[in-house]
Design a protein around this ligand. Sequence first.
Ligand code: PLP
Length: 375
Amino acid sequence: MKQFIYADNAATTKLDIDAFEAMKPFLLDEYGNASQPYSFARQPKKALSNARTIIAECINASPKEIYFTSGGTESDNWAIKGISLNGTVAPIITSQIEHHAILNSCKTVETMGIPVTYLGVTKQGVVDPAVLKNAIANSTKLVSVMYANNEIGSVQPIKELCEIAHNHGALFHTDAVQAVGHIRIDVKELGVDLLSASAHKFNGPKGVGFLYIKNGTPIQPYANGGSQESSLRAGTENIAAIVGMAVALKKNCEQLDQTHNHLTGLEYELLRLLRQHSIPFIRNGSENHIAGNLSLSFPNKDGEAIMHILDLHGICVSTGAACDSVNTEISHVLKAIGLQDNYAKGTIRISLGKNNTEKDVRLIADSLKQIESKL
Ligand code: PLP
């Protein structure tokens, strides 16, 4: 297989080897259905319960508050639809820079008569709590603001935003898909009622995630059927994937500081090399960002062309949000931060992960130097 420098970790990450090893028995030998009463189902049932406990500990929740889903998209859909469509019609609030899993869920509930407000952000891609204070009313049912943005990495003041929501009697959800496994998260300290996560963003397998639902939160079931996930999300559990997710999350959480330091160092080195090569660029996002997530805009260049040439050099980066690669328009996030068109069109996202090295960063900077002089 051709060797690539993989620098698109905000799109997905490499499966952790320990997670893979932990999954194997549940694919090959311990394949029983965890809902069955016989002894062959005992191991899968135990594994499911252990995974729930491990994940809960990682975010300081109770195991009963962790609901397994098929990933970030499902968790986001469930949070928005499960709260806004749970009886009374009441307004909800979100931000303009959310992932499409949130934005399109909001569009759907709008067609059902739920009013939705989309908050603007600062030039750094941050939701200003004062803007939420202005927009919120005592009738607001739900506020949903992402923890960290997938395109520019900006981290939001979740605790403050959550307090404002609660002061007005609204529930608070955060799409923490880019944050879980990368930043220390304590749901009790944050005060959030709902939180979405996805395993493949923290070196777990694809197609599995979870929704944290604070005990007592009035939410509608997502899938009707059997009694799995306390009858709120029916369907036979994907034990192997759930076990892999728990192992990957625990490992990432144990290595948070180490990984953060490693990525901050790589980030610093990449920016230093780009400056040393006299390549004109600006970096988008805020001071407080996900380590390793670099949204770089090269004025008057074509971000898509840069991405394709880097691909020819064996380097994987993204132009905007990976989940949106078919849509070649300027991303809604870059529009929301008010980036000028000639910068927005020349934007790429380099998202470094724990497996990247200094050598990778040097090769990326060298390739960008070559490309810059050609384009
Ligand atoms: N939310 C955010 C912020 C994301 O970055 C993504 C994926 O890129 C999702 C939700 C969707 O997650 P999944 O790919 O697990 O469906």
